[in-house]
Design a protein around this ligand. Structure first.
Ligand code: NAD
Length: 264
């Protein structure tokens, strides 16, 4: 018996990085997966990587009409939805001009980051609850280590991820109090090597050096892979986590277990 046998799963931002790894892992575990993204060419490629139980749909998480269209199509074809992974997210470093520090904030950049990272998640939860009604389900929101601690150079990113952490709990309680059988949890990755890091790492020798510097601050000693997040999402999405809702699960190599200036 595969862990997601018979489940219908929708994943946002699934064209690359963590979302692509989640899509592949879910397919390998028996789910029918609807990959979604705004990068349609890459999304179609990932659909092929995932195999015959995968489909691809264009879905810009910022747009309510996109959510209506895609979730209606999923319900029409499959009778409902069992799993949503709200994975799409941006730092704002390439998608907006910045600056992103609290003193010099560019407000258009602030808004652009919140539109994707927070409004996108809120819309996803809204339409997933409708599509899961009467059958139950699991919503996994990809927050971040940056939702737990301050990030002065990426204030909008950190603010939006902290809000995702909190909204997850509102969704979890809303659904639990109405006996909907819908769970909602947040994952908090940190330092996972994906295309999101490319603008920050540079290329060639500089990239190697930058990764080595990051790895010095990771207790487990190495940067994470997208699959590390995918396996955590697999657990929360599966019925093995049926008694778990409203929790935060860090996937961070131990980063958040410690603090600076500790007495040793
Ligand atoms: P990535 O940039 O490699 O992938 C993000 C995907 O989201 C892309 O395919 C992109 O096209 C898609 N996307 C962006 N805007 C969208 C929109 N408006 N609608 C739909 N899709 C959109 O990044 P990643 O590292 O794979 O990140 C995935 C998630 O994990 C994000 O929410 C990110 O904040 C979170 N995260 C990543 C890390 C890390 O170290 N990589 C750490 C913490 C949290």
């Amino acid at each position: 018996m595969q862990r997601l046998e018979g489940k219908i799963a929708l994943i946002t931002g699934a064209a690359r990085g963590i979302g692509a790894a989640i899509a592949k892992t879910f397919c390998q575990n028996g789910a029918t997966v609807i990959l979604t993204d705004i990068l349609d060419v890459e999304g179609e490629k990932q659909r092929l990587v995932c195999g015959p139980t995968a489909a691809y749909q264009h879905l810009d998480v910022r747009l309510e009409d996109d959510w209506k269209r895609v979730t209606s199509a999923v319900v029409a074809e499959h009778g409902g939805l069992d799993i949503l992974v709200n994975n799409a997210g941006i730092t704002g470093y390439v998608e907006s001009s910045g600056p992103h520090d609290p003193e010099n904030l560019d407000m258009a950049s602030w808004q652009a980051v919140h539109d994707v990272n927070l409004t996108g998640v809120a819309l996803g939860c809204k339409y997933a609850i409708k599509a899961m009604k009467g059958r139950g389900g699991s919503i996994v929101n990809i927050s971040s280590r940056s939702g737990m601690v301050g990030i002065p150079g990426a204030a909008a990113y950190a603010s939006s991820k902290a809000a995702v952490r909190n909204h997850t709990k509102s969704v979890a309680l809303h659904c639990a109090e109405r006996s909907m059988g819908i769970r909602c949890n947040s994952l908090h990755p940190a330092a996972i090597l994906t295309p999101m890091w490319d603008p920050m790492l540079g290329e060639g020798e500089a990239r190697k050096q930058a990764i080595a510097t990051i790895e010095k601050d990771i207790p487990l000693g190495y940067i994470g892979a997208p699959e590390d997040v995918a396996f955590a999402a697999l657990y929360l999405a599966s019925d093995e986590a049926r008694y778990i809702t409203g929790v935060e699960l860090n996937v961070d190599g131990g980063i958040l277990a410690g603090s600076a200036a500790r007495p040793d």
